[in-house]
Design a protein around this ligand. Structure first.
Ligand SMILES: NC(=O)c1ccc[n+]([C@@H]2O[C@H](COP(=O)([O-])OP(=O)(O)OC[C@H]3O[C@@H](n4cnc5c(N)ncnc54)[C@H](OP(=O)(O)O)[C@@H]3O)[C@@H](O)[C@H]2O)c1
Length: 362
């Protein structure tokens, strides 16, 4: 029996696949050659996670790999209707990024609370000015996205003394459903976005959403850039609807030098994805080789993507019927946050006047 053909959509530096020598017929493709090489492949490793080549090449003629693995956490660049409809198994690098991303979020929350950018600017100017930082302990966060990244962020923020509400798409036990997001966000000090890019989440953090936030709140995105309407975020920050924001992910990665985003007041731009920590490429290779060994033995692969949903479903979703979480969201205050889009405020006004002040307790 010939070795299975493993096609690698490559990017430098290439993955370390030496352990597969004599067990896989490893071939390499780039975006130009992928469509031609796909029909001969039994498995595809998407090492170039910034590429849209799979989505472009997959709908072509010929047979297709039985397994596709991406070295990233996301599948929105890969999925196309033909792949969704196929019986090809899709897996991700889930499990490798959670801790680094959560540490980054904790660091960003501490940096925003202490106005670290302002401190560094004062240091650059060799000046001192009396300022008061914010206490992080005792504040409230809402983490949007209850996957492994959102859960690890929740754990670390708990450790800082932050009360965290975790929001997924579906409510169960201690996880709120998406319908609870608005009232939770309206009383949060920190809103952390960690959702995958799907039809439902594209542009979900928009003008209407930013209009809900408290003036003292901060927004952090470590999920996918297109979940945020960038122009709306910039506009809301410039109007000081809320206190600050940090972006870890960008549609153009990294942002170009003359991107106006670098200069938006109150915005921390993190110029490299927080999941990229020393040794991460080697760990991605090791993870893939371990999965390959399972696959060649005919064993089921762990955590396959639900291609219809566009992400790996959480294990605690089985049997969930959409009930309320055990930790219920706060009751609405006498004047609840608007469920409909807030009217666009006039230029020069600080905040939409019909966004009520947040409840002070609950
Ligand atoms: N910045 C970085 O370096 C970096 C590194 C790795 C990952 N990430 C990003 O982190 C994000 C999270 O990754 P992950 O692996 O933890 O999870 P994931 O598999 O991408 O997302 C699954 C979670 O998202 C929730 N979700 C889906 N649609 C939703 C909606 N409309 N409203 C609220 N929640 C919704 C799901 O809810 P249910 O559980 O109810 O289905 C589930 O909890 C992704 O965007 C990924 O790209 C960033």
């Amino acid at each position: 029996m010939p070795d299975p053909v493993l096609l690698v959509l490559d990017a430098a530096p290439s993955p370390r696949l030496g352990r597969l020598t004599g067990r896989a017929d490893v071939r390499y493709a780039d975006s130009g050659s992928l469509a031609r090489l796909l029909p001969a492949a039994d498995a595809l490793l998407v090492w170039d996670v910034a590429s849209d080549a799979v989505r472009a090449a997959w709908p072509g003629p010929g047979r297709r790999p039985r397994w596709v693995h991406t070295a990233g956490a996301d599948v929105d660049r890969i999925l196309c209707p033909e792949l969704v409809a196929s019986d090809t198994v899709l897996t991700t690098a889930r499990g490798l990024f959670e801790r680094p991303v959560a540490e980054q979020v904790a660091g960003l929350v501490l940096a925003l609370a202490q106005d670290l950018p302002g401190t560094l600017e004062l240091q650059r100017q060799r000046r001192s000015r009396p300022r008061e930082g914010r206490r992080v302990a005792g504040t409230r966060a809402v983490v949007v996205g209850a996957g492994p990244v959102g859960r690890e962020i929740t754990r670390l923020l708990h450790g800082l003394g932050v009360t965290v509400a975790l929001v997924g798409r579906t409510a169960r036990r201690t996880i709120h459903g998406a319908a609870d997001l608005d009232p939770l966000a309206a009383r949060a000090d920190w809103v952390i976005a960690a959702v995958p890019l799907t039809n439902r989440t594209r542009g979900m953090f928009d003008r209407r959403f930013f209009g809900l936030l408290q003036p003292s709140a901060c927004f952090v995105n470590v999920g996918r850039a297109a979940c945020v309407v960038r122009a709306d975020l910039v506009d809301a920050l410039e109007r000081r609807w809320f206190a600050g924001a940090a972006l870890d992910v960008f549609e153009d990665e990294p942002p170009v030098a003359d991107d106006p985003l670098w200069d938006v007041p109150g915005l921390l731009v993190v110029p490299r994805p927080s999941g990229d920590r020393a040794g991460w490429r080697d760990r991605l290779s090791e993870r893939f080789v371990a999965l390959y060994e399972r696959w060649e033995r005919g064993e089921p692969l762990p955590d396959p993507v639900d291609k219809e949903r566009g992400y790996v479903p959480s294990p605690d979703l089985s049997g969930v019927t959409g009930g309320r979480p055990a930790i219920a969201p706060p009751p609405p205050a006498s004047a609840p946050p608007p469920a409909r889009p807030v009217p666009v405020p006039d230029a020069g006004r600080d905040r939409p006047s019909d966004v009520p002040p947040p409840p002070v307790s609950g």
